[in-house]
Each structure stands twice: as structure tokens, then as C-alpha cells.
Design a binder for this molecule. Structure first.
Ligand SMILES: [Zn+2]
Ligand SMILES: [Zn+2]
Length: 214
């Protein structure tokens, strides 16, 4: 059965409009999700202001989604209604050379929830099972909404492979910079310097453990 959902739809540059959207019947590998919380990424602001041509209105933005499973497609057997999940909003094609070589983030045919497909600024949204990661139902919702940005930081961290005693400079102390700050706290004897033009952000970098915060 098709579902109705109230959504904040990006209809044109600088305009979000509350609308009722229709969610079509689930495909076998899809899951209907009730959005519990959706973060506002810096990218969402760029999309909203029409600065990035990736999102073609009308579309529902939002890709830092924590949600509850409502209904399962026929082929989904390992999730249950009521289960809390984080969503990987990137939907690679699975067939190109990048997807086949384990680098789906470079897929030229990639689609994104919240750019090309309905994202998280809505009561209900849909994702395929392979984009969902079960969370403990006791995980705070705000932490759940940080899973997607944190995953970006973890990927960068794995590539950086910081050594004990590393001296690290983090440019910017917004949410991503502060997640980097916290990741790098785990590196033995790392010396972290973090800079930001906003004094409150630099201050928070210091509170979170940067040795030099400017
Ligand atoms: Zn983002
Ligand atoms: Zn691909």
C-alpha cells in the first residue's frame, strides 16, 4: 500500500515547502523507515541555496538519517519493525569498475538520498536493505544522526593512518573537524592543533582535547 508522508520539500533555490508526498509500494529489497532525526549537513545548506547543482527540485533533502524500521520488502528477512537504523545515503550502481573494485564512493552513476532521491526531512522515507545499519535502540538519536558524518571521518582516518606522537593540524572546528578531533584523541601522544575563525568553535576544540586551539 502507498504511504503518505509530510515532508519539507526543496522546491526551488532558498525555498522549502511542507507538502504531503506519496511513498510508493516497496520493492522486494526496500525498507520503509520512520525518520526519528535527520541532521543538517553543510552540504544541505549549499543545496538549499542552489550552490550545488546536484539536487534537482522538487526533492526532499537530508542525508544524516537515524530511523526506525516500519515495514519490510518481501526479500528483507534480517530486520524487524521497530528496529533503529542508521542510513548510508549513497546508492552506488554496483556494476561499474569503481563499484567492482571496492570504491563505490567514486561510482559515476551514484545516486544520493537527499540529493536525487527522497532523503530525511520527512516523516517516512525508503532505503534499500544494503544501505541500513542496525543501531542499538538505546543509542541517543543525536549520536545516531552522526553515524553518516562520522563514517566519512573514519574513512579519512584509515587513509591517514596517524602514527603515535603525530602532530596534526585540523583546519576548521565545525562538526566534521570536531569529529576528527575526537578520533585523533585515540592516537597515542598525538599533538592536535585545531583552528577556526569562529572563536566558540575554537574554544570547543580546546574543550574536546586539542592542545592548541586558535
Ligand atoms: Zn553530509
Ligand atoms: Zn558504480
Amino acid at each position: 500500500m502507498a504511504w503518505k508522508s509530510r515532508a519539507a520539500v526543496y522546491v526551488e533555490k532558498d525555498v522549502l515547502e511542507f507538502q504531503e508526498i506519496t511513498i510508493e509500494d516497496l520493492k522486494p529489497d526496500e525498507v520503509l523507515l520512520k525518520v526519528l532525526l535527520c541532521g543538517v549537513c553543510g552540504t544541505d545548506l549549499h543545496l538549499f541555496h542552489g550552490e550545488v547543482p546536484l539536487a534537482k527540485p522538487p526533492v526532499v533533502l537530508g542525508h544524516e538519517i537515524v530511523a526506525e524500521v516500519v515495514e519490510l520488502g518481501d526479500a528483507v528477512e534480517d530486520l524487524k519493525p521497530g528496529q533503529r537504523v542508521a542510513v548510508d545515503p549513497v546508492v552506488p550502481c554496483g556494476h561499474c569498475e569503481f563499484c567492482q573494485s571496492g570504491r563505490p564512493n567514486l561510482c559515476p552513476n551514484m545516486k544520493n538520498m537527499g540529493y536525487h532521491m527522497t532523503g530525511g526531512y520527512t516523516q517516512y522515507t525508503v532505503a534499500s536493505r544494503d544501505r541500513l545499519f542496525p543501531l542499538g535502540n538505546d543509542m541517543p538519536l543525536k549520536a545516531g544522526a552522526l553515524v553518516e558524518p562520522l563514517a566519512c571521518v573514519v574513512r579519512g582516518y584509515e587513509r591517514l593512518q596517524p602514527l603515535p606522537g603525530s602532530k596534526v593540524l585540523i583546519l576548521g572546528a565545525g562538526p566534521i573537524g570536531l569529529l576528527w578531533n575526537q578520533m585523533l584523541q585515540g592516537v597515542e601522544a598525538a599533538e592536535i592543533t585545531q583552528v577556526d575563525v569562529v572563536p566558540e568553535r575554537a574554544e570547543m576544540a580546546g574543550e574536546l582535547g586539542a592542545r592548541h586551539a586558535l
